[in-house]
Structure formats: C-alpha cells, structure tokens
Write a protein that binds this ligand. Structure first.
Ligand code: UTP
Length: 288
C-alpha cells in the first residue's frame, strides 16, 4: 500500500531551548528564516505524501496555523505587488493537507505517535522528527518509501555517530546488505557504550507498518520513563523485519541551540543574497 500519510510529533517541552520555548513551540523556531517544521512538511510533500498529522500540545496551535492561508497578509502583499513573496506564502499552504491532534501529556515520542493512530488508520505511514533536518538533493523519506515499496517492512533512517553520542541515541543492530541498506536485527534506546551493538544511530525519519501502533499500545515506559518508539520497533522486528537506511545528504540536529545555529549558517551559505556577506564577516575574524 502506498505511503500517503506522515505523523510529525511536535508536543515535547523543548527544554533545551528554554527560555524561548516558554511561549514559542520549538518547531516554530527558525532555521535562518524558515521554521524547522516547514522543512519536514516540504520533504514529505516532495516525496508525494499528501496528509500530515501534527501532534501538538495544548496552546501550540500556531504550529498548525502556519500551514493555513493568511488572508490579510496575502491581500497586503498583492496590494504591494510583491508577487514572489505572495506565491511563496500561498505555496506553503498548498504543500500538503495538514491537520493536528493533541498529545494530552508529554509521555514520550512513542506516546505522541500513538496519539495520531485515529488519523492514520490501518495503513503504512511516515514519521518525521522535525529536529532532524536533512539537506539532500532528493527527499530522504522518498528513498525510504522506495525501500518500503520493495520490501513491505518498516524502514528507519540511520547515521554513523561517534562513541560519545551513542548513550543518548537509539542504536540499531544491523546486518549489512549494501553500503546504504541493512536489515535490522534489533534496536536499543540509549544503550551504554559497552552494550551498544553498533554506532548506527536512528535519525528522525521512519516508514512504519500499522502494526507498530499495536506494539505502542503494549509498550511500558522505558529509558527515562517515557514511552519510546524504539521499544515498539524492537517488539515488531522479530515477526516483521525492518531495514535501516544510511541516507545521503547533510544532517543537523536543530533540537539544540548550537545545532540550530549551525543549520542557520549552512542555510545562509546556500543563499546568493547572504553567502558572500556572511563569509566576509566570518573571515574578518569578528571574535577577537
Ligand atoms: P525530544 O526528545 O527532542 O524532546 O523529542 P523535546 O521535548 O522536543 O526537547 P527537549 O529534550 O526537552 O529539549 C523528540 C521529538 O518528539 C517529540 C518532540 O516534540 C520532538 O519533535 N515529542 C517528544 C512529543 O511529541 N511528545 C513527547 O512526549 C516527547
């Protein structure tokens, strides 16, 4: 069955971004000038996903509103004759059909995904963690959907990480099939380095079979007292198989201030109207 829907969990507290996240949802913080969540929705749309379900917490409705029309702004841009910006604004609302559901309590990523079950139903679906921003010529999730179409099992994006990062991430036990594809024998959330089966960490892109929802219903709080998506995956792997995809492209974790800063600099360096000035400023060694 074709992957038509994506779930984007965005209901965490975002404590690493306090005080900003006292009032602004973390996913609305801009990478240069574009909210992180925009990049996830754009990647999904590029891969042909039509429906996006945002999982948000109460009070964070701005995240959903971002993808709606903004009539007053559009009228003002039209009056000003700024067609380029007007087109850009309309395109944002036309990327995909975006709806949202609430996660009543932040009980973990797995719990947030489960909150979208009613909207997804009994079909395969993608999950995006908007903290993971991937710049790539082709959408990462599109490559994963191709693998899903061929094999019919869940697909997880992975990246090789240094030893010191292993204990804070979800790690896969891989059986390599090619440079970019492995069968996943097991997954473990936040292992001790000495227990970790590899240095391949799960990055926030998944294509999942609906059986993962059943597993999530059964998962009990695990590492750090949260309901983990990784534990549900671990439960379905013995009967369902799963694959790990090492994606091409440049990855940033924009869930931390430094990661967001690096991604913003990277984004500015891609922009004709900014790159030269930024390069000049950095080269002038303004830090001494
Ligand atoms: P994180 O582990 O980054 O948590 O969640 P967080 O709350 O966003 O940030 P910190 O750690 O407090 O700084 C990974 C993703 O899962 C979502 C988050 O919104 C983020 O997109 N999430 C996490 C939920 O939707 N609900 C939860 O209960 C936990």
């Amino acid at each position: 069955m074709r992957v038509r829907k994506a779930v984007i969990p965005a209901a965490g507290f975002g404590t690493r971004f306090l005080p900003a996240t006292r009032a602004v949802p973390k996913v609305m913080l801009p990478v240069l000038d574009t909210p992180a969540i925009h990049h996830s929705v754009a990647e999904a749309a590029q891969a042909g996903i039509e429906q996006i379900v945002l999982v948000i917490s109460a009070g964070h409705e701005a995240t959903g509103q971002y993808f709606g029309r903004v009539a007053e702004l559009e009228a003002a841009l039209e009056k000003r004759g700024d067609e380029r910006l007007l087109r850009q604004m309309v395109e944002i609302s036309e990327m995909a059909e975006v709806s949202y559901v609430y996660q009543e309590q932040a009980l973990g990523l797995g719990h947030a995904v489960l909150a979208a079950r009613g909207s997804v139903g009994d079909e395969p679906f993608a999950v995006f963690l908007p903290d993971d921003l991937i710049w790539s010529e082709t959408p990462t999730i599109g490559g994963m959907i191709d693998i899903f179409d061929e094999r019919g099992s869940s697909v997880i994006a992975v990246k090789e990480v240094p030893d010191e990062a292993v204990p804070s991430l979800g790690i896969v036990d891989p059986r390599p099939m090619s440079d970019t594809l492995s069968e996943v024998v097991g997954v473990v959330e936040k292992p001790r380095l000495e227990d970790a089966p590899s240095n391949l960490a799960i990055i926030g892109r998944y294509v999942l079979t609906p059986e993962v929802f059943d597993a999530l219903e059964r998962v009990r709080p695990g590492a750090i007292g949260e309901i983990q998506l990784t534990d549900a995956l671990a439960a379905v792997i013995p009967t369902q198989r799963a694959y790990a995809y090492r994606f091409p492209g440049v990855h940033f974790d924009v869930g931390t201030p430094l990661g967001l800063l690096k991604a913003s600099i990277y984004a500015a360096m891609q922009r004709q109207d900014m790159a030269a000035e930024l390069k000049g400023w950095l080269g002038s060694n303004p830090f001494n």
